[in-house]
Design a binder for this molecule. Structure first.
Ligand SMILES: [Zn+2]
Ligand SMILES: [Zn+2]
Length: 357
């Protein structure tokens, strides 16, 4: 690797020839490889990765629980523009950027009817070869559809790597119309549950967090959860009702892929309440719940999948305004210790591993 990124003169020729990347091979094998630098086409940029969060879905992809055949690893990446192809406007070498991995068209039927993340273009492009790579190419589509945001100096790269997951949480809270005064139950105190918790605190909602890990629950309490319940020790729906004058929570966010958590959420919301499915259930998951109960209680089941530029911009603004500080959630791992980061996440030794070069 020839790296001329350290304070390069703007005019010098970039000589990135190969790059080290963590890739997912057929059969779910994760390998760290030296690969050729992707060739840039018109309208594209090459970004030197400075931080990329490890998402639960990355681990699901490695374990073959994700539906896409050969998915890309690493989508919470931020970095510094290292190369700019022709026809790129508004960006230059050295800019600190968040490039969104998936960007909708904003023009099709789905986009115009509020389902932007269901746009056929949304998943058509991705970071190449992925976010866990020293450098990656950002497709022209993502650039030309507003998918690249500049990160101000005052935001660290590690904090900026939270733009994508935070945007997804902002969207889910919007989809279930969480507002001030609501009591919101969050099932799952992993990174996504905790980001929801921090955002709900900004909304002045009353929060109830559930998890089977006592360690995670006490961390949620430290971050401001009003009540914490461990479903392996207590009857969660009963406790939630007790804390809400017998009603149940207004909203339950399921920040876990466990179908049991969904059932528990359905039993913990009030009549007329909402259950938001956020965690990705394992393929082939079925729900064991009496649906007449859902109808009779007029409970709405809402799912929220990914985010658009409306939310990535909102997440960036929260970081910029210092309203949201993900620092307590972050544990850094070098790219070369990627497997350690996965292990730490799976064993819950840390909340959110962030990979740095
Ligand atoms: Zn993610
Ligand atoms: Zn569209």
């Amino acid at each position: 690797m020839i790296d001329l990124l350290k304070s390069p003169p703007q005019s010098c020729v970039r000589l990135v020839l190969t790059l080290r990347a963590v890739l997912l091979e057929a059969g779910g094998k994760v390998v760290t490889k030296e690969v050729s630098k992707p060739k840039l086409l018109a309208g594209e940029i090459l970004v030197g990765m400075k931080a990329c969060g490890l998402c639960g879905t990355d681990i699901e992809k490695m374990r073959g629980q994700y539906t896409v055949s050969l998915p890309v690893l690493g989508h919470e990446a931020v970095g510094i523009v290292a190369e700019v192809a022709k026809e790129v406007t508004g960006l230059k070498i050295g800019d600190r950027v968040f490039p969104h991995h998936h960007v909708p068209c904003y023009r099709c039927y789905f986009c115009k009817h509020g389902s932007e993340t269901m746009c056929p273009h949304y998943r058509a492009t991705n970071l190449d070869p992925g976010g866990f790579s020293e450098y990656f190419r950002v497709p022209a589509w993502n650039l030309s559809h507003g998918g690249v945001l500049k990160i101000p100096e005052r935001i660290s790269f590690e904090a900026a790597s939270f733009i994508e997951p935070t945007a997804c949480c902002i969207r889910s809270l919007k989809r279930c119309q969480a507002s001030e005064g609501d009591t919101v139950m969050i099932a799952g105190a992993g990174p996504i549950g905790l980001i929801h918790l921090m955002l709900l605190k900004l909304e002045k909602a009353t929060t109830i967090v559930t998890d089977i890990s006592g360690k995670r629950l006490s961390f949620a309490k430290k971050l401001g959860a009003r009540h914490i319940f461990n479903p392996s020790e207590t009857d969660v729906p009963k406790n939630v009702k007790e804390e809400t004058e017998g009603r149940g929570a207004d909203i339950a966010i399921v920040a876990s892929g466990n179908p049991q958590a969904i059932v528990q959420a359905l039993s913990s919301v009030r009549r007329g309440g909402k259950v938001c499915l956020f965690g990705v259930p394992v393929k082939g998951s079925y729900l064991n719940h009496d649906f007449s109960d859902i109808f009779n209680s007029e409970v709405s089941i809402i799912s929220s999948n990914a985010a658009t530029e409306t939310e990535t911009k909102a997440a960036l603004k929260l970081l910029k305004d210092r309203k949201f500080n993900p620092a307590p959630l972050i544990t850094k791992f070098k790219l070369g210790r990627f497997h350690k980061a996965v292990e730490a996440a799976e064993k819950q030794e840390c909340v959110k591993p962030v990979i740095v070069p």
